[in-house]
Write a protein that binds this ligand. Structure first.
Ligand SMILES: Cc1cc2nc3c(=O)[nH]c(=O)nc-3n(C[C@H](O)[C@H](O)[C@H](O)COP(=O)(O)OP(=O)(O)OC[C@H]3O[C@@H](n4cnc5c(N)ncnc54)[C@H](O)[C@@H]3O)c2cc1C
Length: 231
Protein backbone atom coordinates (compact mmCIF):
# COMPACT_ATOMS: atom_id res chain seq x y z
CA UNK A 1 0.00 0.00 0.00
CA UNK A 2 1.18 3.51 -0.87
CA UNK A 3 2.35 5.51 2.16
CA UNK A 4 -0.01 8.39 1.27
CA UNK A 5 -2.98 6.02 1.56
CA UNK A 6 -2.33 5.39 5.26
CA UNK A 7 -4.47 6.96 8.00
CA UNK A 8 -2.68 9.60 10.08
CA UNK A 9 -3.56 8.97 13.73
CA UNK A 10 -2.32 10.82 16.80
CA UNK A 11 -3.30 10.31 20.43
CA UNK A 12 -3.81 13.87 21.65
CA UNK A 13 -5.27 13.35 25.10
CA UNK A 14 -5.17 10.65 27.77
CA UNK A 15 -5.02 10.51 31.57
CA UNK A 16 -1.48 10.32 32.96
CA UNK A 17 -2.67 8.11 35.83
CA UNK A 18 -4.55 5.53 33.78
CA UNK A 19 -3.45 2.41 35.62
CA UNK A 20 -3.90 3.95 39.09
CA UNK A 21 -7.38 5.22 38.19
CA UNK A 22 -8.58 1.80 36.97
CA UNK A 23 -6.98 0.08 39.96
CA UNK A 24 -8.67 2.50 42.38
CA UNK A 25 -12.05 1.91 40.72
CA UNK A 26 -11.60 -1.86 40.89
CA UNK A 27 -10.26 -2.00 44.47
CA UNK A 28 -13.01 0.30 45.73
CA UNK A 29 -15.53 -2.44 44.93
CA UNK A 30 -13.84 -4.93 47.25
CA UNK A 31 -12.17 -2.82 49.94
CA UNK A 32 -13.28 -1.28 53.24
CA UNK A 33 -10.68 1.45 52.64
CA UNK A 34 -11.52 4.88 51.19
CA UNK A 35 -10.96 5.27 47.43
CA UNK A 36 -8.53 8.17 47.98
CA UNK A 37 -6.38 6.00 50.29
CA UNK A 38 -6.39 3.22 47.70
CA UNK A 39 -5.33 5.76 45.05
CA UNK A 40 -2.55 7.27 47.16
CA UNK A 41 -1.24 3.82 48.10
CA UNK A 42 -1.26 2.46 44.53
CA UNK A 43 2.38 2.02 43.53
CA UNK A 44 2.92 -1.68 42.79
CA UNK A 45 2.41 -1.95 39.01
CA UNK A 46 2.42 -5.75 38.96
CA UNK A 47 -0.27 -5.90 41.65
CA UNK A 48 -2.38 -3.32 39.82
CA UNK A 49 -2.11 -5.17 36.50
CA UNK A 50 -3.04 -8.48 38.13
CA UNK A 51 -6.21 -7.05 39.65
CA UNK A 52 -7.18 -5.23 36.45
CA UNK A 53 -6.70 -8.40 34.43
CA UNK A 54 -8.90 -10.33 36.86
CA UNK A 55 -11.77 -7.83 36.95
CA UNK A 56 -11.74 -7.08 33.21
CA UNK A 57 -11.40 -10.82 32.47
CA UNK A 58 -14.55 -11.43 34.52
CA UNK A 59 -16.54 -8.82 32.57
CA UNK A 60 -16.52 -6.13 35.30
CA UNK A 61 -16.09 -3.49 32.59
CA UNK A 62 -17.25 -0.35 34.45
CA UNK A 63 -13.75 0.01 35.90
CA UNK A 64 -12.26 0.79 32.48
CA UNK A 65 -14.97 3.27 31.52
CA UNK A 66 -13.25 5.93 33.67
CA UNK A 67 -10.49 6.30 31.11
CA UNK A 68 -11.14 8.70 28.26
CA UNK A 69 -8.77 9.07 25.30
CA UNK A 70 -8.85 11.41 22.29
CA UNK A 71 -7.43 10.82 18.81
CA UNK A 72 -6.83 13.26 15.95
CA UNK A 73 -7.34 11.35 12.71
CA UNK A 74 -6.79 12.46 9.12
CA UNK A 75 -6.15 11.04 5.64
CA UNK A 76 -9.04 8.62 5.92
CA UNK A 77 -11.98 8.28 3.56
CA UNK A 78 -15.57 9.18 4.29
CA UNK A 79 -16.32 5.48 3.71
CA UNK A 80 -14.04 4.71 6.63
CA UNK A 81 -15.42 7.32 9.05
CA UNK A 82 -18.96 6.31 8.11
CA UNK A 83 -18.17 2.93 9.65
CA UNK A 84 -16.48 4.47 12.68
CA UNK A 85 -19.46 6.67 13.56
CA UNK A 86 -21.63 3.55 13.89
CA UNK A 87 -19.97 3.06 17.28
CA UNK A 88 -22.35 4.69 19.72
CA UNK A 89 -20.12 5.34 22.70
CA UNK A 90 -17.77 7.73 20.93
CA UNK A 91 -17.80 11.51 20.51
CA UNK A 92 -16.95 12.99 17.11
CA UNK A 93 -16.02 16.31 15.56
CA UNK A 94 -15.59 15.89 11.81
CA UNK A 95 -14.46 18.23 9.04
CA UNK A 96 -17.68 19.62 7.59
CA UNK A 97 -18.50 19.39 3.90
CA UNK A 98 -21.04 22.17 4.54
CA UNK A 99 -18.61 24.75 5.91
CA UNK A 100 -15.37 23.70 4.22
CA UNK A 101 -15.78 24.24 0.49
CA UNK A 102 -13.45 22.21 -1.74
CA UNK A 103 -11.23 24.45 -3.86
CA UNK A 104 -9.89 22.64 -6.92
CA UNK A 105 -9.25 18.90 -6.73
CA UNK A 106 -10.49 17.45 -3.44
CA UNK A 107 -8.26 14.98 -1.57
CA UNK A 108 -9.24 11.34 -1.86
CA UNK A 109 -8.07 7.87 -0.91
CA UNK A 110 -7.51 5.17 -3.51
CA UNK A 111 -8.36 1.65 -2.32
CA UNK A 112 -5.23 -0.57 -2.58
CA UNK A 113 -7.01 -3.10 -4.83
CA UNK A 114 -7.42 -0.30 -7.40
CA UNK A 115 -4.10 1.41 -6.63
CA UNK A 116 -2.08 -1.66 -7.57
CA UNK A 117 -3.59 -1.92 -11.06
CA UNK A 118 -2.23 0.96 -13.20
CA UNK A 119 -5.07 0.84 -15.69
CA UNK A 120 -7.82 0.86 -13.06
CA UNK A 121 -5.95 3.46 -11.03
CA UNK A 122 -5.91 5.81 -14.03
CA UNK A 123 -9.66 5.33 -14.51
CA UNK A 124 -10.20 6.06 -10.82
CA UNK A 125 -8.05 9.22 -10.85
CA UNK A 126 -9.73 10.46 -14.06
CA UNK A 127 -13.14 9.95 -12.47
CA UNK A 128 -12.14 11.89 -9.33
CA UNK A 129 -11.05 14.76 -11.61
CA UNK A 130 -14.38 14.62 -13.40
CA UNK A 131 -16.29 14.74 -10.10
CA UNK A 132 -14.14 17.63 -8.91
CA UNK A 133 -14.91 19.61 -12.07
CA UNK A 134 -18.64 18.96 -11.63
CA UNK A 135 -18.48 20.00 -7.95
CA UNK A 136 -16.69 23.26 -8.85
CA UNK A 137 -19.18 23.89 -11.67
CA UNK A 138 -21.99 23.74 -9.11
CA UNK A 139 -20.29 25.88 -6.44
CA UNK A 140 -19.25 28.47 -9.06
CA UNK A 141 -22.89 28.59 -10.17
CA UNK A 142 -23.77 29.61 -6.59
CA UNK A 143 -24.90 26.21 -5.27
CA UNK A 144 -23.95 26.07 -1.57
CA UNK A 145 -21.27 23.57 -0.59
CA UNK A 146 -23.83 21.68 1.52
CA UNK A 147 -25.72 20.82 -1.69
CA UNK A 148 -22.79 20.58 -4.13
CA UNK A 149 -21.26 17.90 -1.85
CA UNK A 150 -23.99 15.54 -3.05
CA UNK A 151 -21.71 14.64 -5.97
CA UNK A 152 -18.64 13.91 -3.81
CA UNK A 153 -17.61 10.25 -3.44
CA UNK A 154 -17.06 7.93 -0.48
CA UNK A 155 -13.35 8.15 -1.32
CA UNK A 156 -13.18 11.83 -0.22
CA UNK A 157 -10.54 12.39 2.46
CA UNK A 158 -11.73 13.64 5.82
CA UNK A 159 -10.48 14.51 9.29
CA UNK A 160 -12.02 13.70 12.63
CA UNK A 161 -11.30 14.20 16.30
CA UNK A 162 -12.79 11.43 18.37
CA UNK A 163 -12.97 10.63 22.08
CA UNK A 164 -13.97 7.37 23.70
CA UNK A 165 -13.49 5.43 26.86
CA UNK A 166 -11.22 2.43 27.20
CA UNK A 167 -14.08 -0.08 27.31
CA UNK A 168 -15.33 1.15 23.94
CA UNK A 169 -11.81 1.19 22.46
CA UNK A 170 -11.28 -2.44 23.49
CA UNK A 171 -14.67 -3.35 22.01
CA UNK A 172 -13.83 -1.56 18.75
CA UNK A 173 -10.39 -3.18 18.58
CA UNK A 174 -11.97 -6.62 19.10
CA UNK A 175 -14.37 -6.02 16.17
CA UNK A 176 -12.31 -3.94 13.77
CA UNK A 177 -8.90 -5.63 14.07
CA UNK A 178 -10.57 -8.83 12.87
CA UNK A 179 -9.50 -9.62 9.31
CA UNK A 180 -13.22 -9.67 8.35
CA UNK A 181 -13.37 -5.90 8.97
CA UNK A 182 -12.81 -3.61 5.99
CA UNK A 183 -9.11 -2.89 5.38
CA UNK A 184 -9.19 0.89 5.91
CA UNK A 185 -11.02 0.91 9.25
CA UNK A 186 -8.79 -2.02 10.29
CA UNK A 187 -5.69 0.09 9.55
CA UNK A 188 -7.12 3.13 11.30
CA UNK A 189 -8.13 1.22 14.45
CA UNK A 190 -4.74 -0.52 14.45
CA UNK A 191 -3.05 2.90 14.34
CA UNK A 192 -5.25 4.10 17.25
CA UNK A 193 -4.32 1.03 19.30
CA UNK A 194 -0.62 1.35 18.43
CA UNK A 195 -0.62 5.00 19.53
CA UNK A 196 -2.05 4.07 22.92
CA UNK A 197 0.14 0.97 23.37
CA UNK A 198 3.21 3.18 22.80
CA UNK A 199 2.46 5.00 26.06
CA UNK A 200 0.53 2.26 27.90
CA UNK A 201 2.20 -1.02 26.81
CA UNK A 202 0.21 -3.08 29.35
CA UNK A 203 -2.86 -2.59 27.12
CA UNK A 204 -1.42 -4.71 24.29
CA UNK A 205 -3.18 -7.99 25.26
CA UNK A 206 -6.57 -6.21 25.32
CA UNK A 207 -6.31 -4.30 22.03
CA UNK A 208 -6.53 -7.37 19.83
CA UNK A 209 -9.03 -9.00 17.43
CA UNK A 210 -11.89 -10.71 19.27
CA UNK A 211 -10.60 -14.22 18.46
CA UNK A 212 -7.51 -13.55 20.59
CA UNK A 213 -9.73 -12.85 23.60
CA UNK A 214 -12.30 -15.58 22.84
CA UNK A 215 -9.73 -18.24 21.92
CA UNK A 216 -11.82 -19.14 18.84
CA UNK A 217 -13.30 -17.57 15.71
CA UNK A 218 -17.02 -16.78 15.71
CA UNK A 219 -17.15 -15.49 12.10
CA UNK A 220 -18.87 -17.39 9.26
CA UNK A 221 -15.72 -17.20 7.17
CA UNK A 222 -12.60 -17.61 9.25
CA UNK A 223 -9.13 -16.31 8.32
CA UNK A 224 -7.67 -19.31 10.15
CA UNK A 225 -5.93 -17.31 12.87
CA UNK A 226 -7.92 -19.27 15.50
CA UNK A 227 -9.99 -22.45 15.16
CA UNK A 228 -13.70 -21.97 14.46
CA UNK A 229 -16.12 -22.73 17.26
CA UNK A 230 -17.84 -26.02 16.40
CA UNK A 231 -21.44 -26.02 17.64
C1 LIG B 1 -17.04 -6.83 10.03
C2 LIG B 1 -18.20 -5.90 10.19
C3 LIG B 1 -19.15 -5.84 9.19
C4 LIG B 1 -20.26 -4.99 9.32
N1 LIG B 1 -21.18 -4.93 8.32
C5 LIG B 1 -22.27 -4.13 8.44
C6 LIG B 1 -23.27 -4.06 7.42
O1 LIG B 1 -23.18 -4.74 6.41
N2 LIG B 1 -24.32 -3.22 7.58
C7 LIG B 1 -24.47 -2.46 8.71
O2 LIG B 1 -25.46 -1.73 8.84
N3 LIG B 1 -23.54 -2.49 9.69
C8 LIG B 1 -22.45 -3.29 9.59
N4 LIG B 1 -21.51 -3.31 10.59
C9 LIG B 1 -21.69 -2.42 11.74
C10 LIG B 1 -22.26 -3.19 12.95
O3 LIG B 1 -23.56 -3.69 12.69
C11 LIG B 1 -22.34 -2.26 14.18
O4 LIG B 1 -23.24 -1.20 13.92
C12 LIG B 1 -21.00 -1.64 14.52
O5 LIG B 1 -19.98 -2.61 14.45
C13 LIG B 1 -21.07 -1.07 15.93
O6 LIG B 1 -20.96 -2.18 16.82
P1 LIG B 1 -21.65 -2.29 18.21
O7 LIG B 1 -23.09 -2.01 18.10
O8 LIG B 1 -21.23 -3.60 18.85
O9 LIG B 1 -20.81 -1.20 18.98
P2 LIG B 1 -21.10 0.15 19.72
O10 LIG B 1 -22.13 0.99 19.06
O11 LIG B 1 -19.72 0.66 19.79
O12 LIG B 1 -21.63 -0.29 21.12
C14 LIG B 1 -20.84 -1.05 22.02
C15 LIG B 1 -21.73 -2.02 22.74
O13 LIG B 1 -22.69 -1.28 23.52
C16 LIG B 1 -23.91 -1.98 23.55
N5 LIG B 1 -24.95 -1.15 22.93
C17 LIG B 1 -24.76 0.03 22.27
N6 LIG B 1 -25.94 0.53 21.88
C18 LIG B 1 -26.88 -0.35 22.26
C19 LIG B 1 -28.29 -0.39 22.12
N7 LIG B 1 -28.97 0.55 21.49
N8 LIG B 1 -28.94 -1.44 22.64
C20 LIG B 1 -28.28 -2.43 23.29
N9 LIG B 1 -26.94 -2.46 23.45
C21 LIG B 1 -26.25 -1.42 22.94
C22 LIG B 1 -23.70 -3.29 22.79
O14 LIG B 1 -23.30 -4.30 23.68
C23 LIG B 1 -22.57 -2.94 21.85
O15 LIG B 1 -21.83 -4.08 21.41
C24 LIG B 1 -20.40 -4.17 10.48
C25 LIG B 1 -19.43 -4.24 11.48
C26 LIG B 1 -18.34 -5.08 11.36
C27 LIG B 1 -17.32 -5.13 12.46
Amino acid sequence: MEENNKPVVNLISRPENMLKTIYTAARTCYSADLPINIYNGADDEEKMLKLIDRVVGSGHYSVIEHIQVTFAISNVSRACTHQLVRHRHMSFSQKSQRYVKEKGQFDYLIPPTIERDPELKKKFVDFMEEISKKYCEFTEAGIPAEDARAVLPNACATSVVTSLNLRELIHIANLRLCSRAQYEIRMMVKAMCDELIKVEPWLKPYLVPKCERLGFCDEDKSCGRKPKLEL
